[in-house]
Design a protein around this ligand. Structure first.
Ligand code: ADP
Length: 602
């Protein structure tokens, strides 16, 4: 089962070769108009007011041409006012208005230059250059408009001055006009740089937003797909586990019967082997799916590493002896007395790797080593190696054996058995530990699997160990159990198991019947309640029983392995939880635990 990663196309766009789509150009036009609106308006207002004000310089210099200049400039301002009217009331675009304002100024100023002789052009050209710098800052135009304005200035101003007198033109150029013309010549280039930079920046923002939207859409699709997959697996798990529980349980019961012939015994043994294998595969798939869908969180508890590795070693000694393999456990002496982590999941990974090492090794040794890599105040980094001298893994298979259902020795694997799930699960579990698995292997010489884990630790010894509960052999003559299940086989299984221990029971086929029975007698010591049932499910029935103020232990029997279902059950009045398919030993342990408590209370 592989959840595909989102594959976002990584487009590389050369900055100089951006090709904007026509759709983008339309959006950019609107965006640009909005963005430059205030620059254009300020430009128009500055000329509406500022242009006539310049005539007062002539007034203060007692220049008699003051009135003539003022009249021309007021006329220009009137036209600009008209343009602004069009902008504000008729919604004409600000860029168009600013463009016509610029043209108006050019025309009227050419008129002034053509008609008013100046003794000196110093101040006039300085003012015009300042104005040009100002508008270069506040305007951001596409090249076309700025080129038209520049061509107009470079044609009309010299023509007007020449019209006044050829000397005036030369004088103007000498007295600062050169810099004005140079500035005006550069104006379209500056505008072009500003405009294309803005456009490019907008393009990146726009395409980023588009990609974000696409990403969000894909995330939504993948979340929906993950949910659909999880729902499907949860449903399938229930559908598979329910009958499987019946099969596994009944096979165990049959084994205890006096079977008539060896053939029957052999058949039942085969059935037991197949059903156990199927149960392991179903459990592994569910486990992988749970971890892969992030339904699993590590259970962080302190444990004694020395004891943990010792008991691991003990587990594998018989298997290694059976194959005449040298099993070596090399554990660092310096380990702290307490590691704080998920002992169960760590055990699952190491067990799987050592199990494989023994399985795929015919002679030589299997070595498990734990080394301390680094130690801080609270955390310790341990390096784990599982090495064997077995058949090894071909190089081309080394990257795929961590995928689900992948086996490296396709023909030989049948001889070794297995389903190709163990490594995929181990890798997923190590991901939860924030680690990854490394493999080095030479075909025919052996393999080495390794990983590092950071553990929190404590130097205090663990005082309390967890004693393994011995199953009591006593019977419970005064106890009464209610078994609620709509599936006949599972009902038969649970009741047969109870009958074997002479525990009195009654049955109900759905939540409603269970509730009615509870109300009628009220003296059950334990209720075993299936969750999914017709008429009334286990949740509702438990709610009703709890609403009566009852404290009777109610254990959920369910085929779902999802933690949220477990949490939901425990927070809805259930006392415990037993996942189907269960083995008789698990069943008795759970039943005895509750009946023991009851018997002590009685
Ligand atoms: P399974 O062992 O159930 O087939 P795993 O996921 O644990 O599934 O392993 C996948 C495959 O990787 C195995 O079938 C085997 O081909 C290869 N493999 C794993 N461990 C070893 C090993 N120690 N030596 C050789 N091959 C191995």
């Amino acid at each position: 089962m592989y959840i595909g990663r989102l594959n976002i196309k990584n487009e590389k766009v050369s900055l100089d070769k951006l090709e904007y789509s026509s759709q983008f150009n339309d959006i950019w036009k609107t965006e640009h108009d909005i963005k430059t609106q205030w620059g254009n308006r300020i430009f128009c207002f500055a000329h509406l007011i500022g242009y006539p004000i310049t005539s007062f310089l002539y007034y203060f210099n007692h220049n008699p041409v003051f009135l003539t200049i003022l009249k021309i400039q007021l006329l220009a301002s009137a036209i600009i006012a008209g343009l602004l009217f069009f902008h504000f009331y008729k919604k004409a675009p600000s860029r168009v208005i600013a463009f016509y304002t610029f043209l108006t100024i050019i025309v009227f100023h050419s008129l002034i230059l053509a008609t008013i002789p100046h003794t000196s052009y110093d101040r006039a050209s300085f003012n015009m250059t300042l104005a040009l710098i100002f508008i270069t800052f506040i305007l951001c135009w596409p090249p076309k408009e700025s080129i038209i304005c520049t061509v107009m200035v470079l044609l009309l101003f010299p023509a007007a001055l020449y019209f006044l007198s050829p000397d005036s033109l030369l004088q103007f150029i000498r007295e600062g006009g050169f810099f004005l013309f140079l500035g005006q010549f550069l104006f379209p280039f500056v505008m072009n740089v500003k405009y294309s930079n803005d456009k490019r920046a907008f393009y990146y923002r726009y395409s980023l937003r588009e990609k974000n939207e696409l990403l969000e859409e894909q995330i939504k699709i993948s979340q929906e797909a993950t949910k659909a997959k999880t729902d499907f697996l949860s449903m399938m798990s229930h559908e598979i586990r329910t009958p499987l529980n019946g099969i596994v349980g009944i096979v165990h019961l049959l084994l205890k019967e006096d079977l008539r012939s060896d053939f029957q015994k052999e058949m039942i043994q085969t059935l037991l082997f197949s059903s156990n294998h199927l149960m392991t595969v179903v459990n592994d798939i569910m486990d992988f799916n749970k971890i892969n869908s992030n339904y699993v969180k590590l259970e962080v508890k302190p444990f004694n590493p020395a004891l943990f590795f010792k008991s691991l070693e003990k587990t594998f000694i018989p298997k290694a002896d059976e194959k005449n393999l040298n099993l070596i456990f090399e554990i660092a002496d310096s380990l702290p007395p307490q590691l704080i982590s998920d002992e169960g999941r760590l055990n699952q990974v190491i067990t799987n790797l050592i199990h494989n090492a023994i399985k795929f090794t015919e002679k030589g040794e299997v070595k498990f080593s734990v080394k301390e890599q680094d130690r801080q105040d609270n955390s310790i980094k341990l390096l784990f190696h599982i090495t064997d001298t077995g058949i090894g893994i071909p190089e081309d298979k080394q990257s795929v054996i961590f995928d689900l259902f992948t086996q490296a020795h396709t023909s030989g694997d049948r001889q070794y058995g297995g389903s190709g799930l163990g490594l995929a699960i181990s890798k997923e579990i190590l991901r939860l530990f924030g680690s990854d698995i490394q493999l080095s292997s030479v075909q025919g010489e052996g393999s080495d699997f390794s990983f590092e884990i950071d553990f929190n630790y404590s130097m205090l010894p663990i005082i309390k160990s967890y004693p393994v509960k011995d199953l009591p052999l006593s019977l419970y003559p005064d106890c009464k159990v209610l078994v609620v299940d709509d599936n006949y086989t599972n009902l038969l299984l649970a009741t047969t198991l109870l009958k074997r221990k002479s525990i009195y029971f009654e049955t109900a086929e759905n939540g409603k019947e269970a509730y009615d029975k509870y109300k009628a007698s009220q003296d059950y010591d334990l209720i075993l309640m299936d969750l999914k049932m017709p008429v009334m499910d286990g949740f509702e029935a438990t709610n009703l029983i709890r609403a009566e103020g009852s404290t009777v232990p109610i254990v959920a029997l369910t085929a779902s392995t999802f933690e949220d279902e477990k949490e939901r059950a425990l927070s809805n009045g259930f006392t415990g939880y037993l996942v189907k398919p269960f083995l008789p030993l698990d069943f008795y342990e759970m039943v005895y635990t509750h009946l023991d408590k009851k018997t002590i209370e009685k």
